[in-house]
Design a protein around this ligand. Structure first.
Ligand SMILES: Cc1cc2nc3c(=O)[nH]c(=O)nc-3n(C[C@H](O)[C@H](O)[C@H](O)COP(=O)(O)OP(=O)(O)OC[C@H]3O[C@@H](n4cnc5c(N)ncnc54)[C@H](O)[C@@H]3O)c2cc1C
Length: 764
């Protein structure tokens, strides 16, 4: 009886599904297939690259805060810490950025040698191949620390450790290639570069016309060797001028069908030794006054056997997949490290400078306008550090989160751009006049480089974050696309039928949740179980996450493939996803440090800032959505008129600026692993030393200020005269006056800029 009932049940289900397919799903399937944007194989590979992580929960309207907070707190190992405190310190002590970028236009030979012998070119290479086998957190912190002393040297270290021959061989090379190259790359015996970009192929790197043709040729005196004849013209290649091993991306072709039936074999990465005939290399580009080596590289009829392909014959045509997979992790390490370095450096220097520099008899940091700029630097730096360590923790847990790293690359470089602009404004002319005393100019000049490389920013925001995010993070879309693209349409329909109904349920439940939480002002939204000071923010973010899930589904339903072309719309939804992630990073950082009271103004500033950006993203999405009949009610639910998310308030900004101008545990923790000198001969040390002295001088200066207010000392006197008058009026003692003279001397010295003769400038 039971068996019959089971069969009847299954039969009924089968019939029900068949009827459902015939009467409903078939038509949805047809419509879905017609609105799918055309997707090339390379686009499919890019979308498939990497994993998803916390961003998928945020995208689906279920942040799962408790699980998220349980992720391990990222920490450096004792060996990594030791390297930072010894080798990196030693390296930084050797660096003179002005000499490197203005006088030599190159990193000194002694520095090159030290980088090689100390293992800086093998940070990720396993120990068995002679590398240091450091975590992503360690390599990011190393690059970050170097960048606070010299951007050019940081880039020189960063490039061989990110997307380049070592990473490619490590992940896709044969055992023989690993044995042959990794040791030499880790020790700097081989200097790598990675050559993809060509004059006619930048952002759209898959359109490269550089070519390899399968043929027989002569190699090392041996005739009739099966290999490839390569022709290429690459530009903008970092380290090319000194490279001895080029990771070259070309399109491989087999017109004579020597390897099989296919003529176009696809993008393939080849290891090209510098000394094979036909290579033109050595000239330099000059990227915005930076001294790291970058230049063009060309090859004419270069012949190499097939075993020079990374991964040999098995990896022919897999070049693009290899690149996007490596980039999925790599772009979460290098440029975020440089961006955080800029933030930390600006935090320290601007906090100190805004206190030291006086106008209208006051430290400029006390003026509200300057305080706002200072607070931007402080708040954004807090977000940078939080996002950096969170993203690295994902990479170190062996995730390769492609959406999260795209978010990090885009938003962290943009935050650094804001920071460096504010830092320049705060410094006025002191930031503009280049020379050994200037500690901002080269960072400012280098900013557009971070914006452009590893996925230019406009493209990353408009195409990658939401475009890839929606497909990767959505629970059903990717599989539905796969079903619609199947050759066997009946099988595709069957798979689609199973997905689409679950998809509908997902959309309906998100819609219901959105209405409910909107009407109840998000008070029942997910927060954390433990009592957190930030419960209300957890709830607000949960609400925005539910809103994103619903709005994304509606946008995909209404616009279909057009959403990809409506770049501004998808960019705004990408902003919402990004700021949900960045706010999560801030909460996690605060949680990992025990929610210290001292951090509260910064955390609040960051969360207000993120919610404002989310609000802004939604607002302009609704405003520009083509179908206003749908946009208006959605807007009313997501952003009801009575709920506003303003920018951080002025009072909060002033509080941040005040904290930044004083010594604190927060300042030291947040700017850890910056090169900090107190040597008055050093560019940064000059400011730091004067600022430290000012902490001691302040009580005495306050006494003098009081005397000025009481009319005992003339207001218009300069600082030296005021000290003299204070001494003669017995307001300060002789020793105190001497201390104040010494401080004033240091303060004025810290305000000075460099001067050059024409001869010194031109070197003639
Ligand atoms: C200092 C430096 C070092 C570099 N090092 C290397 C290296 O070692 N190896 C290497 O192979 N390459 C390297 N590059 C190249 C770098 O990756 C490219 O510059 C980058 O891919 C952008 O290409 P492009 O400069 O030709 O700009 P373009 O592709 O011409 O882009 C111009 C603008 O258009 C935008 N854009 C393009 N398409 C779209 C779109 N569909 N939607 C929205 N916006 C779009 C871009 O975001 C950008 O803002 C380096 C570049 C620089 C500047």
């Amino acid at each position: 009886m039971g068996v019959i009932s089971l069969y009847l049940h299954l039969g009924f289900l089968y019939m029900f599904r068949k009827i459902r397919q015939a009467l409903i799903t078939r038509f949805i399937f047809k419509w879905f297939s017609s609105v799918l944007p055309p997707m090339s194989i390379t686009e499919r590979q890019a979308i498939a690259a990497g994993d998803t992580w916390q961003e998928a929960n945020l995208f689906r309207g279920k942040p799962q805060w408790q699980k998220f907070l349980a992720n391990p707190k990222p920490t450096l190992t004792p060996v990594e810490l030791n390297f930072l405190n010894t080798e990196v310190e030693e390296l930084c002590a050797m660096l003179n950025e002005w000499q490197i970028t203005h006088q030599n236009y190159d990193v000194p030979t002694s520095v090159w040698n030290y980088l090689k012998t100390a293992g800086f070119f093998g940070l990720h290479v396993p120990k068995k191949y002679g590398g240091l086998e450091f975590s992503a957190l360690a390599s990011s912190t190393i690059v970050q620390k170097i960048a606070t002393k010299s951007l050019s040297v940081a880039v020189t270290v960063m490039v061989p450790n990110s997307l380049g021959p070592a990473e490619l061989i490590l992940h896709y090379g044969t055992e023989q290639q690993k044995d042959l190259y990794l040791h030499k790359l880790a020790k700097g015996v081989e200097m790598p570069c990675f050559a993809l970009t060509a004059p006619d192929a930048g952002s759209d790197a898959t359109s490269i016309t550089d070519e390899g043709v399968i043929c027989y040729g002569e190699f090392n005196g041996q005739k009739n060797v099966l290999g490839m004849r390569l022709n290429w013209n690459k530009r903008y290649i970092t380290l090319a001028p000194v490279a001895t091993l080029i990771g070259l991306a070309v399109k491989l072709r087999d017109p004579d069908k020597i390897l099989g039936v296919d003529v176009d074999l696809g993008i393939t990465v080849i290891l090209v030794p510098r000394d094979v005939p036909g290579i033109e290399i050595g000239k330099r580009h000059f990227p915005l006054n930076q001294a790291f080596l970058n230049g063009p590289i060309r090859g004419k009829d270069v012949f190499l056997p097939l075993d020079y392909i990374v991964g040999e014959r098995e990896m022919i045509g897999s070049g693009w997949k290899m690149l996007v997979e490596c980039l999925a992790a790599g772009r979460g390490i290098s440029l975020p490290a440089l961006s955080t370095a800029m933030g930390k450096h600006a935090f320290r220097c601007c906090g100190a400078y805004a206190k030291l520099r006086q106008q209208f008899n006051l430290s400029i940091g006390k003026f509200e306008g300057v305080a706002s700029a200072l607070a931007n630097i402080g708040g954004l730096t807090y977000m940078l550090e939080a996002t950096r360590v969170l993203t690295l923790s994902a990479i170190d847990q062996n995730f390769s989160p492609s959406v999260v790293t795209a978010i990090s690359k885009y938003h962290m470089t943009e935050m650094a751009r804001h920071i460096i602009n504010d830092a320049m404004d705060i410094h006025g002319g002191r930031g503009i006049m280049l020379g050994p005393r200037n500690y901002l100019g080269r960072l400012y000049e280098g900013m557009p480089i971070s914006i452009t490389v590893e996925g230019a920013n406009i493209l990353t925001r408009c195409l990658m974050i939401f475009g890839q995010g929606a497909i990767r993070c959505h629970p059903y879309i990717r599989q539905e696309i796969e079903a619609a693209s199947m050759q066997d349409k009946a099988q595709g329909l069957d798979m689609f039928d199973r997905l689409i109904w679950r998809h509908m349920w997902y959309s309906i439940s998100n819609g219901v949740r959105l209405v409910w939480h909107s009407l109840t002002c998000a008070v029942f939204c997910e927060a954390v179980e433990d009592k957190s000071f930030w419960q209300i923010y957890y709830r607000r973010l949960s609400f925005m996450s539910i809103a994103l899930a619903s709005v994304s589904d509606v946008a995909m339903l209404i616009l279909g493939g057009n959403l990809k072309r409506k770049e501004n719309l998808s960019a705004r939804l990408g902003d919402v996803l990004s700021y949900l992630y960045i706010a999560s990073a801030v909460l996690k950082y605060d949680y990992d440090h025990g929610e210290p009271k001292e951090d509260r103004p910064f955390v609040r500033w960051c969360l207000d800032f993120c919610l404002h950006q989310i609000h802004h993203g939604f607002k302009y999405f609704f405003l520009n959505f083509p179908n206003q009949f749908i946009a208006k009610p959605l807007q009313w639910l997501v952003l009801p008129p009575w709920r506003n998310y303003p920018k951080p308030k002025d009072d909060l900004s002033i509080e941040l600026s005040r904290i930044m101008m004083e010594p604190s545990e927060l300042r030291e923790r947040l700017t850890a692993y910056c090169v900090v000198s107190t040597d008055p001969q050093d560019a940064v040390g000059r400011i730091e030393a004067a600022w430290l002295k000012m902490q001691l001088a302040e009580p005495l200066l306050n006494k003098i200020d009081l005397a000025v207010k009481q009319g005992i000392i003339e207001r218009t006197s300069n600082a030296y005269k005021k000290i003299k008058l204070a001494l003669s009026n017995k307001i300060v003692t002789e020793t105190e006056a001497e201390f104040l003279f010494a401080f004033e001397h240091m303060r004025l010295d810290a305000m000075q800029v460099d001067e050059f003769t024409q001869q010194e400038l031109t070197g003639k």
